[in-house]
Write a protein that binds this ligand. Structure first.
Ligand code: ADP
Ligand code: F6P
Length: 487
């Protein structure tokens, strides 16, 4: 990475809460940059690789931001967040108000006016930073729930820009969204965009219904028109925005190539041996988040062990839980609950040398993730709600040997496309148990047929196709792009 002055402007600008890399200071004082967590960065990093563009985002630590710097052809523009802003904008409004509200209120959202004020101030800072690096007429691609005010704030300053926003998480039904005390300014923020993209058609429909009900906007097909005032009468600046689904994906060719490397395959064999070469390895890989359904999954595993349907050493369960948002109370509580459940299950069902549940609270390099996926005979992706879930797509891609089986929650965006998975309702413990047993016991030919179909879907709808579709829709908005298969 090379330091560079910040004056240059770009025809394409990405704005996301996080930069693709986070700065870490090790105990000995050395600074390292590591890949940021989450599906947004996994997807966007591969799309933006070697593209000439600017990426505006937070560098992952409180205090003064580093100077802008180059990462290949990409110019990274760090936006500073003070310690208080990390608490109020990131941990507070983004992850303790919007996140639970947008994920079916699995835990109750917290509403604090001071958090909202901070969210607005940080969104203004992001809009200013984008305005500074965007060339005249540039395309700006804003990402996710942390930056919902940026489209309108940016449009006020720079009407010359083409502005798109993509929602990586679900957009809630209006009945839930309406709880938000700041529902109207948030929607006005998004209406500043030309095109807003969602993971599922239902998310786009929820957005359109919210605009009609909260702002009195009108909708014709997937184009929302707001009159510039919230009572349906013409106000200062009427605007139209198109809302459609553009499901995100992974770099299927790149991940397949990675999974096929001899060192990754050797590592997979090594992991299997270190687990005692079980007949069946069950695997879960999630950020440690209450949306991911880890507690329900563990309950199903515990009952299967109690019923004698599975037992170590023949069957073992590996749960990788990536550390996430560790200072937010709901995440702390979840961690305690999960760790005590794992301890109880292992106390009851493990034997010396035969562990029922292997629990790993760590982040790993992508090679290690690919090796883990290859070891998994049954992959358990059972979120209570998830915008997409890229782990499901990575898993089927890594198992290009034809083996494996995917158990997938109906409440993920991925389930819309991955119909050949073993689908389950993640709230139904009996249903999860039955689905796991079916995935273990089904005829190998049937499992292979399902995996083939899943791999084909991911290969033909990869992350590059997603980005092309999004940018084509943005360029044509508010009309549909002139392509037969576009969003
Ligand atoms: P989310 O965006 O909610 O975290 P996704 O499933 O869409 O969920 O994306 C998660 C991404 O993070 C995937 O690319 C996955 O491989 C990666 N990942 C998950 N757990 C780990 C881990 N422990 N170490 C490294 N990468 C991980
Ligand atoms: O994909 C959803 C997402 O929430 C991203 O917006 C976010 O960057 C990622 O997961 C990880 O969360 P965080 O940035 O809070 O660590």
């Amino acid at each position: 990475m090379v330091s560079a002055a910040a004056a240059r402007t770009f025809d394409l600008v990405i704005a996301a809460n996080r930069l693709p890399v986070d700065r870490h200071v090790d105990p000995d004082g050395t600074t390292t940059w590591r890949t940021s967590p989450g599906g947004l960065v996994t997807a966007m990093e591969s799309v933006m690789h070697e593209r000439e563009a600017a990426w505006v985002g937070w560098a992952g630590f409180p205090g003064e931001a580093p100077e802008a710097f180059d990462d290949g052809a990409l110019r990274l523009h760090p936006v500073p967040l003070s310690a208080e802003e990390v608490t109020d904008y990131y941990e507070g409004f983004s992850n303790d108000t919007l996140w639970p509200l947008y994920h079916d209120v699995i835990v109750p959202p917290t509403f604090h006016r001071s958090w909202w004020h901070c969210y607005r101030a940080v969104n203004e800072r992001f809009a200013d930073a984008v305005a500074e690096v965007a060339a005249p007429g540039a395309t700006v691609w804003v990402h996710d729930y942390q930056l919902q005010l940026v489209p309108a704030l940016l449009r006020d300053q720079r009407p010359d820009l083409r502005i798109g926003w993509f929602d990586h998480i679900p957009f809630p039904p209006v009945e839930l969204f309406a709880q938000l005390p700041w529902r109207a300014p948030l929607l006005r923020g998004l209406i500043g965009a030309d095109f807003v993209g969602f993971q599922r058609p239902d998310d786009a429909r929820n957005f359109i219904r919210s605009c009609r009900s909260v702002l009195g906007a009108t909708a014709k097909g997937d184009v929302v028109t707001w009159q510039g005032s919230d009572d349906g009468h013409p106000g200062s600046a009427p605007r139209s925005v198109r809302a459609a689904s553009v499901p995100i994906s992974i770099d299927a060719a790149g991940f397949r190539e990675l999974a096929d490397r001899p060192e990754v395959r050797e590592r997979a064999a090594e992991i299997r041996a270190s687990l005692g070469n079980p007949e069946v390895v069950l695997l879960g890989v999630d950020r440690l988040d209450y949306t991911k359904g880890i507690r329900h999954r563990l309950r199903a595993i515990e009952e299967l062990l109690a019923d004698g349907e599975i037992a170590p050493p023949q069957v073992t369960f590996v749960q990788v839980a990536t550390p996430s948002r560790e200072r937010v109370e709901a995440y702390r509580t979840l961690r305690e609950q999960i760790e005590s459940t794992v301890g109880r299950i292992n106390g009851d069902y493990s034997h010396l040398g035969d562990t029922a549940v292997h629990y790993l609270h760590q982040s790993y390099p992508r090679e290690e993730m690919a090796a883990l996926f290859q070891v998994a005979d049954i992959m358990l992706v059972t979120p209570l709600r998830d915008g997409m879930n890229l782990v499901a797509k990575e898993y089927v891609t890594a198992r290009h040997d034809g083996g494996g089986a995917l158990v997938l929650s109906e409440f993920t965006g991925a389930a819309e496309e991955m119909r050949a998975a073993y689908l389950c309702n993640p709230h139904d413990i009996a249903g999860i148990k039955e689905t796991i047993l079916r995935a273990i016991r089904d005829d190998p030919a049937e499992k292979q047929r399902r995996m083939r179909s899943l791999r084909r879907r991911v290969r033909t709808h990869d992350v590059q196709a997603w980005a092309d579709d999004f940018l084509a829709a943005l360029a044509a908005a508010p009309a549909r792009p002139r392509r037969r298969d576009g969003p």
